[in-house]
Design a binder for this molecule. Structure first.
Ligand code: 8YV
Length: 319
C-alpha cells in the first residue's frame, strides 16, 4: 500500500479521498508545524509528503524520506518552502494548488485595502475599547479608494484578479510585470516599470512569487519613493518587503498605511510593527475560506493519487 505523510491537519476531503484511493496515511494531526525533533523519522519511507508553507523541503528532509519518495505535494500555490533542485536531483516530483485560491486571495487583498484606507483597525479598536465619544467631522478620516490609482506588482492570476475588482471602484490601474498581460491591457490598465508604479500609485498591492530576485523588491529606497498618502498591501510573501524599512516609514508617517497578511519571519513580526496604528495585520489568511481550502485539499489529493499510480501529477511545479 503506498504511503502518504501529512505534515499537518488538513481539510477532511484530503484524508477521505486518499483513503478511498487505498493510500495509507500517516499524519501529524495538529495545526502547529511538526516539532523539529522527530520530523525526519516521521517522513521515513513515504511515497508522498503533503507539505505547507511552514515545511522546509530540503536535502535533509528528502534524504530522510528515502528512495521511496515520488511526490512532494504542496498545499498552496507558492512553493518557496521547497528546494526544487534538491527534488529534481532525486527524481522527486513537486505539485502545488494553482487557480483554486485566486479569488479568495484577491478578496483578502481587497479586505486589507479597505481596512487600511478607511482606518478600520483604529475604528474597531476605539469602539471595542469603549473610547468612542460619538461622531465627529475630523474623526478617523481616511483616504478615498474610489477613483484612486491601484498599482499591481506581479500580474499573475492573483494580481489580475485584484486588478479586475478595481473596476467597481472606478480606479486607474497600473501594473508591473515582466511582460504585457493582455487581460489587464484589455481593461485599460497601464504596463509600467516598478519604479514608476511605486511613485504614482495610491495603493500598491504585491502579487509576485518569492524568488531570490523578489527578495526586498519593496526596498527602503522604493518605500521612500512612495507618495505620503500611499498604502502598501502585501498578500504575497513577507520577504518581498523590507519589513524594518516599512515599520520606519509607517512610524514616521512617510506613507499613509499598510495592510499585511504575510511577514518576513512568520509568525514573528518585525520589532515595532504591532505598536503601529496605521497598519492592518492579518495572520496569513489569503486562502482561508472553507470552499477554497476544500478545493485545495481535493487538488492535493488528485496530485498524490496520480503520482502514486505512476501518472504525472495534475499540477506539476516545473519552474
Ligand atoms: C496557503 C499561500 O494557504 O498558497 C499559498 O501560496 O500563501 C496560502 O494561501 C499556504 O501557503 C499554505 O501552505
Amino acid at each position: 500500500m503506498p504511503r502518504a505523510i501529512l505534515t499537518r491537519r488538513f481539510p477532511p476531503a484530503l484524508v477521505e479521498q486518499l483513503t478511498a484511493a487505498g493510500i495509507d496515511i500517516t499524519r501529524h494531526n495538529g495545526d502547529e508545524p511538526m516539532p523539529r525533533a522527530g520530523r525526519l523519522e516521521f517522513v521515513c519511507g513515504a511515497d508522498a509528503i503533503v507539505t505547507t508553507i511552514n515545511d522546509r523541503v530540503d536535502d535533509g528532509l528528502l534524504d530522510a524520506a528515502g528512495d521511496s519518495l515520488k511526490l512532494v505535494a504542496n498545499f498552496g500555490v507558492g512553493y518557496d518552502n521547497i528546494d526544487l533542485d534538491a527534488c529534481r536531483a532525486r527524481g522527486v516530483l513537486v505539485s502545488n494548488t494553482p487557480g483554486v485560491l485566486t479569488d479568495a486571495t484577491a478578496d483578502l487583498a481587497w479586505t486589507l485595502i479597505l481596512m487600511a484606507a478607511r482606518r478600520a483597525v483604529e475604528g474597531e479598536r476605539m469602539v471595542r475599547g469603549g473610547e468612542w465619544r460619538g461622531w465627529a467631522p475630523t474623526q478617523l478620516v481616511g483616504v478615498d479608494v474610489t477613483g484612486a490609482t491601484l498599482g499591481v506588482v506581479g500580474a499573475g492570476r492573483i494580481g489580475c484578479a485584484v486588478a479586475r475588482r478595481a473596476a467597481g471602484f472606478h480606479m486607474t490601474v497600473l501594473y508591473a510585470h515582466p511582460r504585457n498581460q493582455p487581460e489587464l491591457d484589455r481593461i485599460g490598465a497601464q504596463h509600467v516599470d516598478i519604479d514608476q508604479l511605486v511613485a504614482e500609485a495610491d495603493i500598491i498591492s504585491l502579487h509576485v512569487p518569492m524568488r531570490p530576485e523578489t527578495h526586498h523588491l519593496i526596498s527602503r529606497e522604493r518605500i521612500a519613493q512612495m507618495k505620503r498618502t500611499a498604502i502598501l498591501i502585501n498578500t504575497a510573501r513577507g520577504p518581498v518587503v523590507d519589513e524594518a524599512a516599512l515599520v520606519d516609514a509607517l512610524r514616521e508617517r512617510r506613507i499613509f498605511a499598510a495592510g499585511l497578511d504575510v511577514y518576513e519571519n512568520e509568525p514573528r513580526l518585525a520589532p515595532g510593527l504591532v505598536e503601529l496604528h496605521n497598519v492592518a495585520l492579518l495572520p496569513h489568511l489569503g486562502s482561508a475560506t472553507e470552499g477554497t481550502r476544500t478545493k485545495m485539499a481535493e487538488m492535493v489529493a488528485a496530485n498524490v493519487i496520480a503520482a502514486l499510480s505512476g501518472k504525472p501529477p495534475l499540477n506539476p511545479v516545473t519552474a
